[in-house]
Design a protein around this ligand. Sequence first.
Ligand code: MN
Length: 206
Amino acid sequence: MAIHFHEEDLPSGDLFASGPIAVDTEAMGLHPGRDRLCLVQLSDGSGDEHLVRFSPGSDYQAPNLKRLLADPARLKLYHFARFDVAIMHYYLQIMAAPLYCTRTASRLIRTYTDRHGLKELVKELLGQDLNKQQQTSDWGAPEINDAQRDYAASDVRYLHQLKEKLDVRLEREGRTALAQACFDFLPHRALLDLAGWDEQDIFAHV
Ligand code: MN
């Protein structure tokens, strides 16, 4: 179990086992056009996490990272894919799909609560405590400290285990196909956000 830190791209070579890959991002804020993408975190579920950090003025070339993220044969796991996919599309100019979103799955099955944060999900489904103290820290700082690295890595650490639990519950509630339809649509939802429909539900009557 180790956290590997990389600048500007993943090293070449096979870093990850085959199968789904958990992905998360950290940025200077929540607006892709205004706020810089600082960090992309990845895990294949085997216990190691890889962090790729982008510096101010980065050209976001990252060919190894892009190849992995855009691989149509590789499922990407997110918690709130809508944001990560949009900001990576904006800065890396790739669509990091096909995807699975643990937050969307949670909203489809945990209809008894409105608490769908990663911390709540990890606590309820896996019985683990996630430390969210560094969530709002400065991801653009020259040095990412150990607490930030550990926080960033922990955001991708549990997504494989969560998917297993959520899939059982989706099946139980008869919503597996509906969830898949949502995951298939999410890249388009992210593109609508980037195109200016972020505040509007285009399916709403008014
Ligand atoms: Mn995160």
